[in-house]
Structures are given as structure tokens and as C-alpha cells.
Design a protein around this ligand. Structure first.
Ligand code: PAF
Length: 294
């Protein structure tokens, strides 16, 4: 059966309802397009788990703050559709702004607390835009499962909280970060790096690995942060937006090491802001117990 490409919310809703009527499960992969192996790995997870898979491609303006890269965000719709068709997915939802945000749109969904740290600190409107659009997409598609990448660790945590708090009938599944052979996390924004910046960007993953090693050896979070910040700053083109060592559940500095430890960072290479993280699962050394990371 050929892939359906639909921009009208009511039509894709009817299509999804028809799938449900046949007692089939729907897996949903929301994206902003410019698809790469990271997205495709989520699509594969959905195809393996669900009877039908629906992908959305929509560059959501409400999650970009003033002066951020909304207009420069890469858009590669024809190629995206070709990739998805090859994978055998059922339908792609490709709304425009006129379908998603009517002129008199007044409603938003906002998760508090965990949205005010990490990316939320430097991108204050971002998560409100994400939760609002994802809620709308969930209401239109009504999926059984929705798939999110772990590169956007905080985004996945915020969506899980929204689903829990608002009793939304969907299971959130996360997929591991997919990396280039030199360790750079795949991102639609990587194409915006110039040659020099692209050469420098793998320092992020190298630093995260070093941070993990140090934490496992019992080096304090304060010292780990200092050492990896110094390592990243050795590159000429960078500006660190944040570099944090936090509890993976609360996203706060007060670490309860039974949850593991999350090292998360956002770094500008020129105008391009890249994020990455590593979840350090098991800290053996008592020195890290309940440590307050500075
Ligand atoms: O992760 C993304 O691509 C976006 O934030 C999402 C979840 C599709 C919402 O616009």
C-alpha cells in the first residue's frame, strides 16, 4: 500500500481512526523533518513494535524563541518523504502553520520545574512550544506509542511528565542516541556546521566519555565539570551554553546516584547550538552519594 501524505488534521485523524477500528496499534514518530539516522532508528523501533507507523514533519514555530534558528532550520521534505516511503510507513502528517495554529489560537500546555533548567534556562519558551505542539499531535493522531530520541533527553523527560500529569493514553518510548563514526550525535543541525566546526564538534562526545570515566572513578562532579569545560573551550569556535551534571529524574544538581547521573551539555559552534548527553548508570564510589554538584 502506498504511503499517505496528509496536511489536513481532520483527514489524518480519520485515517488513524480507521486503523484503530481494525484493532491495529499506531506508533507515532513526531519530527521536524531533515531526517537522519537518529529519526530513522525511531521509525524502525515503531515499525517493529506497532502495526502501523505515522510520522509527522512540522517545523513548529512556537518552540523557537526570538532570534533562534526557525528560518534557518533545514527543510528537506522531498528527501524525507522518499526515505519514509522506502521504510514502508503508513502515513506522514505534514501540516503547515495555517493548519496547526489558527489566527485565534489561545491555548498552550506547560510543564513546570523540569523545564526551567538545562535547555529551558537559555530557551525559556522552547518547552512550552514543544508540549503544546506534541499535545496537539497526540490529539490528532491518537497513537498507542510515541517515540522520542534520547539526544533530547530533557524533551523526552518533559513529554513523559506531561503524559503522566495529564493522563494521556499513550506510551512514550525513547531510543538511544545515534552517532556519526567520530562520535558526533546525529542532529538535523549538523549540516549547518562549517568544515572547521564539524572537525571540532566530536569534542562533545569525547568530553562526555571522559566525564563518565571520571565519575565512575569517584572524581567530584564539580571537578568533572571544570575539566570537561576546559577541554571543550580548547576549541576555537565554541561557546558553552551549559554543562551540567544532574539527577536524571529531577534534572537538578542534587544527585541521588541510585538513579544514575546525567551529564548534559549544549554548546554553540558559531551560530549552531548542539546538545548531547550521557547517562552514567552506576556510580560505585561513595564519594558521589548525594553529592551536590556545584
Ligand atoms: O524533537 C523534535 O523534533 C521536536 O521538538 C518535536 C518533538 C517534533 C516537536 O516539534
Amino acid at each position: 500500500m502506498s504511503m499517505i501524505v496528509e496536511k489536513i488534521p481532520e483527514k489524518i485523524r480519520q485515517y488513524c481512526k480507521s486503523i484503530k477500528k481494525k484493532d491495529k496499534s499506531i506508533g507515532f514518530v513526531p519530527t521536524m523533518g531533515a531526517l537522519h539516522e537518529g529519526h530513522l532508528s525511531l521509525v524502525k523501533m515503531s515499525l517493529a513494535k506497532c502495526d502501523e507507523t505515522v510520522v509527522s514533519i512540522y517545523v513548529n514555530p512556537s518552540q523557537f524563541g526570538h532570534g533562534e534558528d526557525l528560518n534557518a532550520y533545514p527543510r528537506t521534505l522531498d528527501n524525507d518523504l522518499m526515505l519514509l516511503e522506502k521504510m514502508g510507513i503508513s502515513a506522514v502528517f505534514v501540516p503547515g502553520n495555517e493548519q496547526m495554529y489558527k489566527e485565534d489560537h489561545m491555548t498552550s500546555v506547560e510543564v513546570s520545574e523540569i523545564t526551567s533548567v538545562l535547555c529551558g534556562k537559555s530557551r525559556p519558551v522552547h518547552f512550552k512550544g514543544v508540549t503544546t505542539v506534541v499535545m496537539k499531535l497526540f490529539n490528532i493522531i491518537n497513537p498507542d506509542y510515541a517515540f522520542f530520541g534520547e539526544k533530547d533527553y530533557q524533551q523526552a523527560a518533559v513529554i513523559k511528565k506531561m503524559v503522566q500529569d495529564l493522563n494521556i493514553d499513550v506510551k512514550i518510548i525513547t531510543g538511544p542516541i545515534v552517532r556519526e563514526s567520530d562520535g558526533l550525535a546525529m542532529s538535523s543541525r549538523n549540516v549547518k556546521l562549517n568544515k572547521k566546526q564539524r572537525g571540532q564538534a566530536p569534542v562533545l562526545y569525547k568530553s562526555l566519555i571522559e566525564a563518565e570515566e571520571m565519575l565512575m572513578l569517584g572524581v567530584s562532579a564539580v571537578e568533572v565539570k571544570q575539566r570537561i569545560a576546559d577541554k571543550i573551550k580548547m576549541q576555537s569556535e565554541v561557546l558553552i551554553d551549559y554543562l551540567e551534571i544532574v539527577d536524571p529524574v529531577s534534572l537538578e544538581n542534587k544527585i541521588d546516584s541510585k538513579n544514575g547521573i546525567l551529564v548534559a551539555l549544549a554548546v554553540f559552534f558559531g551560530n549552531t547550538r548542539l546538545i548531547d548527553n550521557i547517562l552514567v548508570n552506576k556510580i560505585d564510589n561513595d564519594r558521589n552519594q548525594n553529592e551536590k554538584a556545584g
